[in-house]
Ligand binder design. Sequence first.
Ligand code: NAD
Ligand code: PRE
Length: 312
Amino acid sequence: MTLAATAPAPFAKVSVIGLGLLGGSVARAVRARMPGVHVTGYDASADVRARAAQIDLADTIAQTPREAVAEAGLVIFCVPVGAMGAAAATLAPYLPADCVISDVGSSKASVLKALGEALPGHALVPAHPVAGTEQSGPDAGFATLFVGRWCILTPPEGTPHEAVARVSAFWEGLGAKVEMMEAAHHDLVLAVTSHLPHLIAYTIVGTASDLEEVTQSEVIKYSAGGFRDFTRIAASDPTMWRDVFLNNRDAVLAMLQVFTEDLTELQKAIRKGDGEALFDHFTRTRAIRRSIIQMGQDDARPDFGRSDHKPA
Ligand SMILES: NC(=O)c1ccc[n+]([C@@H]2O[C@H](COP(=O)([O-])OP(=O)(O)OC[C@H]3O[C@@H](n4cnc5c(N)ncnc54)[C@H](O)[C@@H]3O)[C@@H](O)[C@H]2O)c1
Ligand SMILES: O=C(O)C(=O)C[C@]1(C(=O)O)C=C[C@@H](O)C=C1
């Protein structure tokens, strides 16, 4: 597939810090869609750096923090949200004064704080591409991950407009649709649409496994449909998701409270045999699913974003 660039690249040299699913996808996408842009990749893990070099993930695989950001116009942190501050502090002494800082973290308020504290004086344009899979590591990424997906930017007040415009153009160049949001609002929205669903998947798969003794292994044997869908999400990276829940604690707990109350309502309807309440609820949720598909926001497009159907 040809992925030709349609506009001039907003940065001549991009440093990708963290070469897992997201960093690997950013590196691949830049190389596929922004010819002439130099991509430098760096990872704290020597094993990941070695693998990234083996699979030619970037133009340069840096071996030191200094080399990682040399002459960078954009430095984009693709590490777990709990590691953002440490990663930034390691690179701080070597950053070009005029480089723009961004990231791809799944929560934004704590990342904004961590990056801001570690890198005072740098233009900071945090980003969250709302696209991913349950896979991790340097082999997991792919160049088309961001195509047609939202990328939410949460620049703090006072960020130079030019830096925001260039990061916005960067994500559009990778095929994403860009939206601006305040970091705290982002964290509330994503708590509902991404973090809570993951927590529920982690719970249901754990519960089903605990019940295996009761059901004599039939849970695994007959797992299909709904349960199987949950197991995909529950296979997501433990470090990444531990960090998301610790870093977006308040929003997740607030949404979990609402969810628990709604679950109790459904439990009550089942106990009381209130078929009308159940039917009405399921009718409403079916309409929501259908409207998501109509808006083109469904990632169940065949072969899209699924590890078992990874695009070439
Ligand atoms: N996985 C998804 O679906 C998804 C989607 C959108 C955003 N994100 C966000 O993207 C970020 C990366 O997630 P991922 O799925 O690519 O994880 P990943 O585990 O595939 O990769 C993370 C990489 O970061 C490296 N790393 C950790 N600490 C580091 C440090 N201090 N300095 C340099 N490298 C370091 C690790 O060695 C690893 O290679 C996270 O913040 C996550 O919240 C993930
Ligand atoms: O499809 C998946 O596997 C994902 O979980 C991707 C997903 C999501 O919840 O939508 C996960 C975390 C991100 O921060 C963004 C995207």
